[in-house]
Design a protein. Structure first.
Length: 306
């Protein structure tokens, strides 16, 4: 199975060819990403000016949790004053003023291809900052309001910070009966693996249908199709620097990895089943008795082979 990247590979490839001067023709492309994200890449006015726009159903929720501050921090000089129609964010890259240094140019391409990841990082960064403040607070057992990001239809990420931890809850749906079985097995494995050997990993809790107590006050849909997976992150999991950034990136794509592995497992089982059927057919063909029949020689004489 392949490893899923944190960035959008198509955006990266297109920007690489454009910023390196490999292609200069007019461009108008729509790209679909995980979680209902839609990108648009085009050269609307002149071929040396590239627009990269993003549309996401949960964008306004992310704005409430600090997405605009992240956009200003990461893309200030490229951020358009007003996005393209029907899009939430637009970045404008002038191809005539791109960095001449290859390493700097590569870093810029990588940053733009991480636009979705950086937007979804907003509630995580807010939760981690709140937890750091709570560690020094005099109030006993402080906690922040629950942040909910409905990043997919019927699915959401819930994040809440407390004085000693940050809790991240994924709700995910399995509409196919086979997916339900695989999903429950995989999700339970996340719980069991930490008990056996991965003691440095976050604590993981898994429930089906019944939401965790952090979500008890919400009027969530009651269905056997819904499962909840809770990650309990301790401060060592989000230390400032590379550890924090890697934690945010990995936990964001958890849902994509889960469903990707389910599809791969189903494909693998189907392949094994087809191979096993072929083997059985070979055995049956070898065991087929030969039918006794009258045969003739080249001269026309009849005989029966014993």
């Amino acid at each position: 199975m392949i490893l899923l990247d944190y960035n959008n590979a198509i955006i990266q490839d297109v920007l690489t060819s454009r910023l390196n001067g490999e292609k200069t023709d007019a461009l108008d492309m729509t790209v679909v990403d995980f979680d209902g994200v839609t990108y648009e890449i085009k050269t609307p006015n002149r071929k040396t000016e590239l627009y990269v726009s993003l549309r996401w159903g949960c964008y306004q929720e992310l704005v409430q949790f600090g997405a605009n501050a992240i956009l200003q921090r990461e893309y200030a000089e490229y951020l358009a004053a007003s996005p393209e129609p029907n899009y939430d964010v637009t970045l404008v890259i002038d191809l005539e003023t791109v960095p001449a240094d290859e390493a700097t140019r590569t870093a810029l391409i990588q940053k733009i291809s991480l636009l979705k990841r950086n937007l979804l990082a907003a509630p995580f960064e807010q939760a981690f900052s709140e937890q750091e403040q709570y560690e020094d607070a005099d109030k006993p057992n402080p906690s922040s309001p629950l942040m909910a990001v409905h990043y997919r239809e019927e699915e959401a990420i819930y994040i809440q910070s407390k004085h000693d931890r940050v809790t991240v809850i994924f709700s995910t749906t399995f509409k196919d009966e086979t997916d339900k079985i695989f999903g429950k097995v995989f999700l339970q494995e996340f719980v069991d693996v930490r008990r056996r050997r991965a003691l440095q990993a976050p604590q993981v809790l898994f429930t089906t249908r019944e939401p965790p107590r952090e979500l008890a006050h919400l009027n969530l849909r009651d269905s056997d199709d819904i499962s909840y997976l809770t990650f309990v992150l301790s401060p060592r999991h989000f230390e400032k620097g590379d550890v924090r950034e890697e934690t945010i990136s990995r936990i964001q794509i958890f849902r994509d990895y889960l469903h990707y592995h389910i599809k791969c497992s189903k494909a693998y089982m189907h392949t094994r089943m087809r191979a096993r059927v072929r083997d059985f057919l070979k055995v049956l063909n070898r065991a087929k008795p030969e039918i006794t029949a009258e045969k003739k020689t080249i001269s026309g004489k009849s005989f029966v082979r014993a």
